[in-house]
Design a protein around this ligand. Sequence first.
Ligand SMILES: Cc1cc2nc3c(=O)[nH]c(=O)nc-3n(C[C@H](O)[C@H](O)[C@H](O)COP(=O)(O)O)c2cc1C
Length: 354
Amino acid sequence: MADVNLFSPGRIDGFDTKNRIIMAPMTRSRALPGGVPSELAIDYYKQRASAGLIITEGVAPAAIGLGYARTPTAETPEQMAAWKKIVDAVHGAGGRIVMQLMHVGRIAHPANRYTSEPPISPSAVKAAGQMWTDAEGMQDMPVPRALETSEIPTVIQTYAQATKNAIAAGFDGVELHSASGYLPMQFLSSNTNQRTDQYGGSASNRIRFVVETLDAMGKAAGSINKIGIKISPAMPFNDIHDADPVETYTTLVKAIGGMGLAYLHVLQSSPEPSYFKMLRPLFKGPFAAGGGFTKDSGNDMLKSGGADFIVFGKLFTSNPDLPARFEKNADLVAPDPAVFYTPGAEGYTTYKSL
Ligand SMILES: Cc1cc2nc3c(=O)[nH]c(=O)nc-3n(C[C@H](O)[C@H](O)[C@H](O)COP(=O)(O)O)c2cc1C
């Protein structure tokens, strides 16, 4: 592994990548009403097609999975026609792109949704904190409705259908967002999962939703090697807490390690313990590491064999040609959080390549 670096070609089961640089999934809140990605997104993703792989912003598998202002869905023909234009633009520019499916569960405000269904979660546990809504400004998070056991297959089915839609639109694969305190992580974590059925209690019960969802997505895609997963063990974002994340995530990765998934994407949010070191040996496929990487720390990680791919988030917002800038040791433009989630082109498609 000694000679692997960010610019080495890679392979994710099913396709080749021109480098080991992955663009992280990033919600940018520029979608149109009704969950349709805007035309601006075509340019935004195309500008970033020099990444070895782009992971899209979080996309709701169905309207009930939406939570934030101006975020997209992968359900209707109109939404999917807009996604197809994005995929075609990225492929036309020589890039690869997978769709991230993000069902936010309880991290949702009704004012941000085009469905009147209440937000759902494994248990009726409200998240602390507030969320931005265009209509009413900052709002408390609502108490979610706890899913009945009999409803869970229906929720999983929304992921399967969205996966089918994404593959039909030409995406190279689909990533299950099982990180950052959203629905799958709400199943994994003990503070949000207080269920007494087969989806709650022990670690092997709390991982069940994720395992069944991956399996359904693989069947929908026609091949499990088109499906990746993102996890963020022990990350407290969105008021989530697990009593024993080491046990939960080792149980999970042991269970999914031999499924033949496209990749495991791990976001490490605090230095210790290293979930990269802990989980990599348990997973047989490509391993993508993310969270605060720089060119140097990314190269070190690849050289040491600690990961096969490095995921970069914030730096891609302000440096559309990040791989070229790394390669040339060019200056990087600092990310500007003030424009991460604002509507319009400014701070979205306005950053220049070298
Ligand atoms: C503006 C912004 C939006 C994000 N939205 C998502 C998202 O939709 N899905 C997701 O999995 N992670 C999301 N993240 C987290 C990133 O994917 C990534 O894990 C995180 O930023 C750490 O990588 P970095 O330090 O290279 O930015 C977002 C991050 C940023 C900065």
